[in-house]
Design a protein around this ligand. Structure first.
Ligand code: DGJ
Length: 478
């Protein structure tokens, strides 16, 4: 009889760390030859090694001259906690993977087979420690509370301390956020619009500052401009996007005035869910950057993306009136500008695109497209240049497209799923390669045969109704 020695906690820890490291590495050889020059919403972002950036339900804090971006790491196979990632950047466009700020614990509430979401980090002004807050839960979302973790180094590793207590009891809420006021006081935000004031060391709660404003109001996001507080939240629709709305007040304890939607109705917050607003105060202007998640369940690692847009102010009203595919922010001056993507266009019916399998041509809202849901359908395009992008019309019956970018020798640089689904149709750029060395490359786009589709805990079905992929044009930069 063979006897297998049980794994010790130490071995288990090391194994977990190796798995997490491999998940985060997924190194392809798409080493970026040039830098990203703008914020491009709604497409996979790549770090300098060509690995997809996975950092959702995130926040950003600035320390010295670097921005640090903390968010949920995801896999494409399960929604369980695989750690919170930390990335850094000087310009908010190019993100370097620092490390897993909080890894999966060997056991306990953030151990294997648990849920950890919406990490938010604040620096305590007195102790100068970094404190991370998060939603802790079971995979079925039945044991939620707000937890916290502590680190002396901004990038971590953070030490998980368990539940954040108020009157010695945990806060048993799920969606959460944080807010640091100009006077250094820290606040915990929970769904429904509840605000709790943190203790001086940020490690417990001392008071309930604001009672529930409304039901729902998930992903609570609060920021301040002048003497007005803006409180943004979403409806409860699982991973599906909805029209996020906001309140304003001159005091954190209210009264909060309902101000309506932050983006045009039915645009579902430009197909995203709010997570944080970053203030970028520069020498000439101050820009408030709305950070939203475009979730893509179940392929969240590959296909969930970021919708980052500059907030427009009109008196004390805020809005995201127009979706910007690309825009620039000068982190020194604080000035934001829309960026025109002036690439060469290859239309969907160009002879240079080689279609294989069954495809249909049609026109959707005046846009000519080619569509397929057929299993072996693909199209490919060979080009010489430094960058390539793919424009689609996102639709309710679209699914995932597989994108493969290879060099002349056939070496695969990128192999990624891209989500073409949205409840509200729109013409969107859904893929843009990193800036590559000038050479010949081949892009292949194929029907993945899968779609974002899931049931929530009430067994309500959400997501796409079919596996179509839709090509409207390719864009290339020579
Ligand atoms: C909506 C929340 O905002 C997300 O953080 C996540 O918990 C999903 N619900 C799960 O369905």
């Amino acid at each position: 009889m063979t006897y297998h020695k049980p794994l010790s906690i130490k071995t288990l820890n090391t194994t977990l760390l190796v798995i997490i490291f491999l998940i985060n590495c997924q190194i392809s050889s798409a080493q970026q030859a040039g830098k990203t020059d703008a914020i491009y919403s709604g497409l996979p972002w790549y770090d300098p090694n060509g690995a997809v950036i996975s950092s959702h339900g995130a926040n950003i804090i600035k320390e010295k001259n670097l921005f640090y971006f903390f968010g949920e790491a995801h896999t494409d196979t399960s929604n369980t906690f695989v750690g919170f990632n930390c990335y850094s950047s000087k310009d908010l466009y190019n993100w370097k993977f620092e490390q897993i700020a909080l890894p999966v614990q060997s056991g306990g509430k953030l151990g294997p087979n648990r849920v950890g979401e919406r990490p938010k980090v604040m620096k305590n002004p007195k102790s100068r420690e970094f404190i991370m807050y998060m939603h802790v839960d079971t995979p079925g979302y039945k044991d939620q509370f707000v937890g916290y973790a502590v680190s002396k180094n901004i990038t971590g590793p953070y030490q998980f301390k368990g539940a954040l207590l108020f009157k010695e009891k945990p806060i048993k809420k799920w969606d959460m956020g944080t807010f640091q006021d100009d006077d250094g006081k820290g606040y915990l935000l929970t769904h429904g619009g509840v605000i709790h004031q943190l203790s001086d060391d940020y490690k417990s709660i001392v008071a309930e500052t604001n009672k529930q404003i409304t039901s729902g109001f998930e992903s609570p996001t609060l920021f301040r401009k002048g003497n007005v507080y803006y409180f943004i939240g979403s409806h409860l629709t699982s991973w599906e996007k909805n029209d996020n709305y906001y309140y304003t007040s001159k005091s954190l304890s209210g009264p909060w005035i309902s101000r309506g939607l932050i983006a045009p109705k039915d645009q579902l917050t430009w197909n995203s869910q709010t997570t944080f607003v970053l203030k970028i105060a520069g020498s000439k202007d101050t820009t408030y950057l709305f950070m939203g998640d475009r979730w893509s369940y179940p392929r969240q690692r590959s296909a969930a993306t970021y919708v980052w847009q500059p907030i427009k102010f009109n008196g004390d009203s805020i809005s995201l009136p127009k979706y910007l595919d690309a825009w620039t922010i000068d982190t020194k001056t604080g000035v934001a500008n829309e960026k025109t993507i002036d690439f060469q266009t290859i239309a969907n019916d160009s002879k240079q695109i080689q279609y294989q399998g069954n495809w249909e041509k049609s026109v959707i809202e005046t846009i000519p497209v080619t569509r397929s849901s057929s299993d072996r359908a693909s199209c490919s395009f060979t080009f010489k240049g430094i960058q390539i992008g793919l424009q689609t019309v996102v639709l309710p019956d679209n699914g995932y497209a597989r994108i493969i970018l290879a060099d002349q020798k056939g070496t695969v640089l990128i192999n990624n799923l891209v989500d073409m689904y949205a409840k509200t149709p729109a013409s969107r750029l859904v893929f843009l390669s990193p800036v590559l060395r000038k050479a010949e490359y081949k892009l292949t786009v194929s029907v993945a045969g899968e779609r974002p589709n899931w049931f929530d805990k009430k067994k309500i079905n959400y997501g796409s109704t079919a596996n179509n992929i839709t090509i409207s044009k390719l864009i290339i930069k020579e």
